[in-house]
Write a protein that binds this ligand. Structure first.
Ligand SMILES: NC(=O)c1ccc[n+]([C@@H]2O[C@H](COP(=O)([O-])OP(=O)(O)OC[C@H]3O[C@@H](n4cnc5c(N)ncnc54)[C@H](O)[C@@H]3O)[C@@H](O)[C@H]2O)c1
Ligand SMILES: [Fe+2]
Length: 364
């Protein structure tokens, strides 16, 4: 499962040729698209079903990897797609998945999520299931060497968002769920926080460099590791209000997932700060801020400044109006985000719909 830009970039050939040399028959579906729609997932699954594969390989950014995941669900369990949206609705294992990222960002190569755009309802829809964790992730930073500047920036700040949301999420001891109730996310826990800390430090060291000079291999290597560790962190701990707000905003304003998250991240951090002073102070330090002698509150505030500095340095849009959004759209975004209950529960402060609107207004 891939797309025309990756065919043109020669990356598909790099993957298909060694498989052919090894006597493995492949068929390429190359009609993937950024932020893929449900319709393209259905077409991908139809093509896969005609071929009858033993496994499905997603080559690309999160968009193509998620396409591969969703096609694997449909080939294995049939349609309609909406049956599987949200959490825990995939009834059993799917065709084995191999994910090969060509961006350093989403962590989909290790996550239990597949995100599609529901064009009928103007929102991104997540399908979450432990059956969606790929059987194999091949993370080769060299595949990101030709990743365009903008995609490097957007996907890179998505990885930072994953790490920060995981690190500051509702604690696993406080997540509201019965003892045997399946949960989409576990809440933050010590192992996930180790992974998130590593990812935050790697992004601080490498993201700006990777965007400024795509041929900087040390930066590409660092960001590939950051994206996968952040993927492990968020897919076990959580993402929260940043992602909830991005789902309607990105679907309506047609910005990339990373650009939307990057825009919203500092504003959501400001809202969450009172509940996570120490965590945000640690994040400030991990992002390279000198917090010596500062009070915990002052140190925590530095984390927001640090994220804004990185975001501006790599050209992430800073305002919703820059994306063509209008003030009248904000209440609808707040309402749709508020309806994604699993992401309200994982947020360290439990927002009201009015809180979400207030966050959007500060980001407007
Ligand atoms: N499943 C998950 O856990 C998860 C997590 C976060 C985001 N997502 C989803 O992932 C998608 C975003 O993925 P993304 O940020 O990786 O970008 P992307 O997959 O949408 O790719 C963006 C564009 O960059 C091109 N591109 C990618 N790699 C390239 C390379 N090496 N060389 C040349 N061109 C290249 C692609 O062809 C595409 O046109 C969104 O739909 C988002 O919702 C999924
Ligand atoms: Fe994300």
């Amino acid at each position: 499962m891939t797309d025309p830009r990756l065919v043109a970039a020669g990356l598909v050939e790099q993957v298909v040729r060694p498989l052919a040399d090894a006597g493995i028959a492949t068929q390429v579906f190359d009609q993937g698209e950024p932020e893929p729609s449900v319709a393209v997932a259905v077409r991908a699954a139809d093509a896969a079903a005609r071929f009858g594969p033993d496994c499905i390989l997603g080559l690309g950014g999160g968009s193509n990897m998620d396409l591969a995941k969703f096609a694997a669900i449909l080939v294995t369990h049939g349609g309609p797609p909406s049956r599987y949206f949200s959490f825990n609705n995939v009834p059993g294992p799917v065709l084995p998945l191999v994910c090969v990222p060509t961006t350093a960002g989403t962590g989909s190569e290790v996550s239990h999520a597949a995100v599609l755009t529901d064009t009928d309802n103007h929102i991104k829809v997540s399908t979450l299931s432990q059956f969606l964790r790929p059987a194999l992730a091949v993370v080769d930073p060299a595949l990101t060497d030709g990743c365009p500047r903008q995609v490097t920036a957007d996907s890179g700040i998505d990885a930072l968002t994953h790490a920060i949301e995981a690190y500051t999420a509702t604690d696993y001891r406080e997540l509201e769920a019965g003892p045997h109730e399946p949960v989409a996310y576990e809440g933050r826990h010590p192992l996930g926080m180790c992974l998130a800390e590593k990812a935050i430090a790697l992004v601080a060291e490498h993201l700006v460099a990777a965007v400024q000079d795509g041929s900087n291999q040390q930066a590409r290597d660092g960001m590939a590791l950051a994206a996968t560790t952040a993927g492990l962190a968020f897919s076990n701990c959580a993402v929260a209000v940043v992602h909830a707000l991005e789902y309607p905003l990105g679907a309506v304003l047609h910005c990339s997932h990373g650009a939307g998250n990057g825009l919203l991240l500092p504003h959501v951090m400001r809202y969450n700060l009172p509940a996570r002073i120490e965590s945000f102070a640690t994040i400030a330090r991990l992002l390279g801020e000198d917090v010596a002698g500062l009070s915990p509150q002052q140190a925590a505030e530095r984390s927001i400044a640090a994220v804004e500095r990185i975001s501006q340095a790599i050209g992430i849009p800073q305002r919703i109006r820059e994306l063509g959004g209008t003030r009248e759209q904000l209440p609808v975004f707040a309402e749709k985000a508020f309806a994604i209950k699993r992401l309200m529960h994982t947020n360290p402060r439990r927002p009201t719909q009015a809180d979400l609107l207030a966050i959007l207004e500060t980001a407007f």
